[in-house]
Ligand binder design. Structure first.
Ligand code: SF4
Length: 74
């Protein structure tokens, strides 16, 4: 799954049944980040959402599609 194409289960709990790209996606100039995961991290809570989403374990979406999306957001 790529957040640009499909909203994950956690995103759907926040935004409802919407199509991608997920409104929580944020491009920091180098990488896409999840605003929900960032909020969890800044709250100091145990990273249950980040763990459930396997954040930091690598993206298996096609790199070219992600790079094109990043260019569109700059
Ligand atoms: S940006 Fe976050 S909430 Fe949205 S689909 Fe990706 S991982 Fe889920």
């Amino acid at each position: 799954m790529c957040c640009a194409e499909e909203v994950c289960g956690i995103g759907k709990m926040v935004y409802g049944e919407i199509e991608g790209p997920c409104p929580s996606m944020r491009f920091d100039g180098l990488k896409f980040r999840c605003g929900i995961v960032e909020a969890e991290a800044s709250s100091g809570l145990e990273p249950k959402i980040a763990t459930a989403l396997a954040i930091g374990k690598g993206c298996y979406s096609e790199r070219i599609a992600v790079e094109e999306l990043a260019e569109g957001l700059q």
